[in-house]
Design a protein. Structure first.
Lengths: 257, 277
């Protein structure tokens, strides 16, 4: 299908056009190129923030304390909540004049943002929703990883006079790496595929500023019914996602040594 | 000395809970805001500055959701699709995961992983053509089958780890005693992996319930699921915030309740494939 010119609505049957769709993607369509860059940027931004925050939270919560169960419950709620509902709530919270987000900013003394309503901040506002939703996953995986760490290296390090920071850097992080890499891998793959939140909150706007590959593809296929071209984009997107996962799998192999 | 240590410990506890509250506050706040918005009358929902604690409770939002839209039908649709998808997923996924785990079919496991990785939107175009030719758009069948592509890899992927933990000796003993392969699977392996089944069933149900992408294309007037219904609500008319928040609360409340009841299982399902390999 990706090798054909295929419009569902038109009366002409699908026509074989060879690799024309692909050359259009690679060389002739700046909109697609921008969408790819945006998708990757969104993913890197969101997953990096989630990893740092999630790891920090896991280190904080890796101890016995009153309220562990409550914490665990709170952590899974954003992950299972329906993205459509979350998107709607954030749209209302992000509203430039009536939203609670700007009100909270003004309470702390910051100037208001236009969040998803401005082409400069839309992508960041969307990444923030992703961070809100998925940081707990990294935290849970990191917590499980921390729980399985052996005690001996820490005792040895303590006797040798290593600081807490040094112990974290040289013991915790390397031991935690396999679990973390898998967590980041799955997160990155899913972030590249983010659709619901973006489609509901901005539909790629304003002025295409949050149009990721998924959104562009969806519109090409189901708004313009340009199925052939959309299919070639789907293949390209699959290649990007597969590439990302192969890289991370490789990193993981070297990490587990 | 003793007292100073006590003070320090007390301070560190206070600091810890302070940090904990700071980290978890955003999570709580979004849900709190969703629910309070849904209970506010329209004037207060869009009031600025917004009121956080004191507001008058009104059920107008919920009333409107149920009277102006066939919300019960949408709920039923969501329920049928999610339950169907989970049941079918378990029926296919459990034997598959068992055989992959028992006979170490690594290539098949990899294929499952690839199915997990492929962007859902890449499936959507062929499916759209496929189900249109079969005249299956706007049927439960199409929705259940497509939602399977999300649920099934998760079921298989998590269950492989669980089945691998079943000691082979136990199964060999049953085989020697004259049990068939299916009998071993049904009577020995399955009861041992019950926690895994519960975990994956819940996850698969939740993911199907939440699915937006497949349903927005393949569901029609009759089979529209909740997320799609709410989405069409916002795209067709200017709607007030109370109603919108009420709808948002209604579609996500069931999964949140399931999460509260079965939180341990969900954590297992979400983190198992990652940590234990």
């Amino acid at each position: 299908m990706s090798l054909q010119e295929w419009f569902v609505s038109s009366l002409t049957p699908p026509r074989f056009i060879g690799s024309a769709n692909y050359s259009k993607i690679l060389f002739g369509d700046p909109r697609f190129r921008e969408a790819v860059a945006r998708t990757v940027y969104f993913t890197v931004l969101a997953v990096a923030a989630e990893t740092i925050l999630g790891l920090a939270m896991a280190l904080l919560f890796n101890r016995e304390f009153w309220g562990r169960g409550v914490l665990r419950t709170l952590a899974i709620l954003p992950m299972v909540a329906t993205p459509t509902a979350i998107g709607l709530v954030f749209v209302m919270m992000y509203h430039p004049t009536l939203g609670v987000a700007n009100y909270l900013l003004s309470v702390v003394g910051l100037s208001p943002f236009r969040w998803t309503y401005s082409s400069q901040t839309a992508l960041y506002a969307l990444a923030l929703v992703d961070v809100w939703q998925w940081t707990p996953l990294i935290m849970l995986i990191a917590l499980a990883g921390l729980a399985s760490l052996p005690r001996e290296p820490y005792e040895a390090a303590h006797i040798d006079g290593a600081s807490t920071l040094a112990a974290f850097w040289h013991i915790t992080l390397p031991l935690l790496r396999p679990a973390l890499v898998v967590a980041v891998l799955f997160r990155a793959i899913d972030a590249l595929k983010t659709f619901d939140i973006i489609f509901i909150m901005t539909q790629g706007g304003p002025a295409n500023s949050s149009e990721t590959v998924n959104i562009l593809l969806f519109n090409q296929a189901f708004s313009y019914f340009n199925l052939g071209y959309a299919s070639s984009m789907a293949v390209a997107l699959f290649a990007v996602v597969l590439g990302a996962s192969l890289i991370l799998i490789k990193v993981r192999r070297t990490a587990s040594w | 000395m003793v007292r100073r240590g006590g003070v320090r410990r007390c301070l560190s506890t206070v600091g810890f809970y302070g940090l904990a509250v700071m980290f978890m506050l955003p999570t709580v706040f979004v849900f709190y805001w969703m629910i309070t918005l849904s209970l506010k009358p329209q004037v207060e929902a869009t009031a600025y500055p917004p009121s956080f604690v004191r507001f008058s409770v009104s059920m107008a939002g919920y009333r409107e959701v149920f009277t102006k839209y066939p919300f019960l039908l949408y709920t039923w649709n969501s329920l049928v699709v999610a339950a169907g998808c989970t049941a079918l997923g378990l029926a296919v996924g459990l034997p598959a995961a068992y055989s992959i785990a028992r006979w170490r079919q690594q290539r098949l496991a990899l294929a499952i992983l690839v199915a997990r990785i492929i962007p859902g939107i890449a499936y959507l175009i062929p499916w759209y053509i496929f189900f249109r030719r079969l005249r299956m758009v706007d049927t439960y069948g199409a929705l259940i089958l497509t939602h399977l592509i999300v649920g099934l890899p998760i079921i298989i992927w998590v269950m492989i780890s669980f089945f691998e933990d079943v000691p082979p000796d136990l199964e060999d003993a049953a085989l020697i005693d004259g049990c068939s392969y299916f009998g071993v699977f049904w009577r020995v392996a399955l009861p041992l992996v019950k926690p895994g089944i519960v975990a994956t069933a819940i996850l698969s149900f939740v993911f199907s319930w939440n699915n937006f992408l497949f349903s927005v294309i393949l569901a029609g007037r009759e089979t529209r699921t909740l997320p799609i219904a709410v989405y069409t609500m916002i795209s067709y008319e200017e709607i007030n915030w109370g109603t919108l928040a009420a709808a948002a609360t209604l579609i996500t409340l069931p999964v949140l309740l399931v999460a509260l009841v079965a939180q341990r299982h969900i954590v297992t399902g979400l983190t198992f494939g990652a940590v234990k390999q």
